[in-house]
Design a protein around this ligand. Sequence first.
Ligand SMILES: Cc1cc2nc3c(=O)[nH]c(=O)nc-3n(C[C@H](O)[C@H](O)[C@H](O)COP(=O)(O)OP(=O)(O)OC[C@H]3O[C@@H](n4cnc5c(N)ncnc54)[C@H](O)[C@@H]3O)c2cc1C
Length: 494
Amino acid sequence: MANLDADVVIIGAGLGGVTTGALLTAKGLKVIVLEQAAQAGGLCARVAREGYTFQAGGNILNGFELGGGHERVLAKLGLFVTRTQLDPGFQLVLPNHRLNFSPNKQQLLEDFQRAFPSDFTGLKKCWQTLEGLEEVFYELHRKDCFCVPHTLKEKYTYFKDVQQRLSKHYKEYEKSPLQLLEENVSSAEVKRMLDTLCFFYAQMPLEGCSSLFYAYLTGLARRGIFYIDGGIQELVNQLVNHITKRKGEVKFNSPVTSIITEGRRAVGVMLANGQGIRAKHIIANTTLWNLYEKLLPSSSRILKKLKVQTEDITPQWAPFTVYLGVDEGVLPNEMRENVFLLNDYKKLGDVGTLLISLSPKWDVKRAPKGKRALTISCYLPQDRQWGNRSDYATRKQQQMERVIDSLRSLVPFIDEGIEYKEAFTPLDFEKQTGRPQGVVTGLATTPSGFGFKHFSNYTHYKNLYIVGDTSFPGHGTNLVSISALNLARIITSR
Ligand SMILES: Cc1cc2nc3c(=O)[nH]c(=O)nc-3n(C[C@H](O)[C@H](O)[C@H](O)COP(=O)(O)OP(=O)(O)OC[C@H]3O[C@@H](n4cnc5c(N)ncnc54)[C@H](O)[C@@H]3O)c2cc1C
């Protein structure tokens, strides 16, 4: 391991890893991406079955509008994906209401008024306050200053741009979204409606979420939700091609078992086959937990510090997804591409709260003509025993039936249309991505972790960085792309 094998080694070919890799190869750096699985994409990876193509993470896609994270990456690299803006971006189906989250704000407010007439004034006020915060969020990341200040230059930018702008909204920024809501609205139903968005994006109710992160969620539909032809994997594939065309490498079936450190500096990685690869910079596209608990030498001091920062964000929910190939004749006309379904106001999570994503009629890459690929996701309370129990197969089957049963409130004749069905358990997600129980959430969604208290792409080791949804600014594909843009800028400026 005497000579450097590359400028940069990236552990993981998830969206965060391949985006950073492509941005760095474009700058002339020699990049090696090491992926444990047989394909790139991680949570965004395609699942192709009997003429249908499904995907778990990456159905509600934002960031493809001008100035969005994905769009900025595509523009920098001279790439293009075919996209269609959806209107509404998504539907929220509640026990007695259906709300269309349209890019047209007026239309959304009319829906709010129709559903919650007595709380409308308060809800509108709360929503507008959050939109004000979202404007700040958006402007900052577009100006590339949404990065935790580390170097002198970054600190200067922070004080000049960030501090000033946030100070105008400081009162709201310091409050939780629940506080903002409670000051204006009393209805438990409105709260649960707002909880549902928060739960899907951050797997927590409003009270646990950072107001700036929640503000970002309120802007999703307004800024634009897009459908990418062929799905988000099209973007991943283009990024992988970009890396390999520029003499970078993406190696599959190459799990990294440890990061080699010398003192407080990372110098290389060890693969499961015993090979060592040495590089100037090491990037982990893994979760924070995997990085510190599995890949780095155990250091009680660092882990203790990390635990303090992450104590309010121990992931509690694990994804369970059902893939259905269906005849489109059974789908109700008013059903849109993305639907959040809340079946019971009293209960959040499990099969009562579903995210249903439908491949559009026109995308024949995803389903044969007249058929549609349906992905139904929910989050179950974490259970470390998922994979160890002898009744695993029965449990998987029963859970899938529970999800389909819950779907019947939206698609009553679903059973008559199902042509293919398969479930993906937390254990399947774990195998696909290396995430324990497949958990998706990060520090950045919490009040203590979102913003400038987060350690962003930096770690406690020199030359070792993190990218992806547990780094800053956080969760969801657009924010993962923004974390990659930040990191590529940090590394190329070194
Ligand atoms: C059910 C579900 C629904 C979602 N819906 C949406 C949505 O609608 N919209 C949206 O924007 N986001 C959604 N998300 C979130 C989104 O998918 C993720 O935030 C994003 O894909 C995370 O990308 P990443 O690169 O950070 O991580 P990952 O996708 O996890 O990539 C990490 C990669 O690293 C590899 N790896 C890990 N450890 C090692 C190792 N030791 N050696 C080598 N390789 C390793 C993994 O195999 C993986 O390929 C959803 C997520 C889930 C689970």
